[in-house]
Ligand binder design. Structure first.
Ligand SMILES: [Zn+2]
Length: 193
């Protein structure tokens, strides 16, 4: 009996003394008010605005797939599906075309709470709007375009930038080497939801 207790105790010690693994993700600090789907129990929806349908619909759907179907060893609660009913969506994706330096970015994500723009380091948001800049995106390979969309989806769910090349949350200009979320990105989501 004593021996067994000792064994249990040492297993416990071993468990708590292993240092927590550090992951390369940054969070804004807040998140989507109603979550990211809770393993299908509370599925969420995204809406593709007409402007983005011609060039980006399939890339958007594929980018979502990379978030939804994480590697088997690491699941996340993400359960998102496309909807044609804007009102039931919490993420909207649209396209614009701007070559001026004022909008010198590939994509940008805006956050809203009760139709009011908010900052994701201040409060939770109920709606995220992603604008894809085709004037810039069209110069990228298709995989990198999809990677940029996946990156913006990460923002919409609450992930901030990091400088780790093997994270989809690394900026393309900072040398991102993956077009899909990898372990750290999923870990970030699991920390948030
Ligand atoms: Zn970004």
């Amino acid at each position: 009996m004593k021996k067994r207790l000792l064994l249990l105790f040492s297993i416990f010690l071993l468990t708590v003394s292993v240092p927590l693994e550090a992951f390369a993700y940054n969070l804004f600090g807040y998140r989507l008010t109603n979550g990211v789907g809770n393993w299908g129990k509370n599925r969420q929806y995204y809406y593709i605005h007409d402007s983005a349908k011609k060039y980006y619909k399939s890339l958007i759907n594929r980018a979502w797939e990379t978030w939804i179907h994480s590697p088997h060893i690491l699941s996340t609660p993400i359960s998102f599906r496309e909807t044609t009913n804007k009102k039931s969506a919490v993420v909207e994706l649209s396209e614009f075309y701007d070559i001026t330096s004022e909008h010198d970015y590939l994509g940008i994500t805006y956050f809203y709470k009760y139709q009011q723009e908010v900052y994701p380091w201040d409060t939770n948001w109920g709606w995220a709007k992603i604008n894809l800049n085709r004037a810039r995106l069209k110069n990228l390979r298709e995989t990198d375009q999809q990677g940029t969309i996946a990156h913006e989806l990460g923002h919409a769910m609450g992930l901030a930038h990091n400088m780790y090349e093997f994270s989809v949350m690394c900026q393309f200009g900072a040398g991102r080497k993956t077009a899909r979320p990898l372990r750290d990105d999923y870990e970030g989501i699991n920390k948030l939801y």
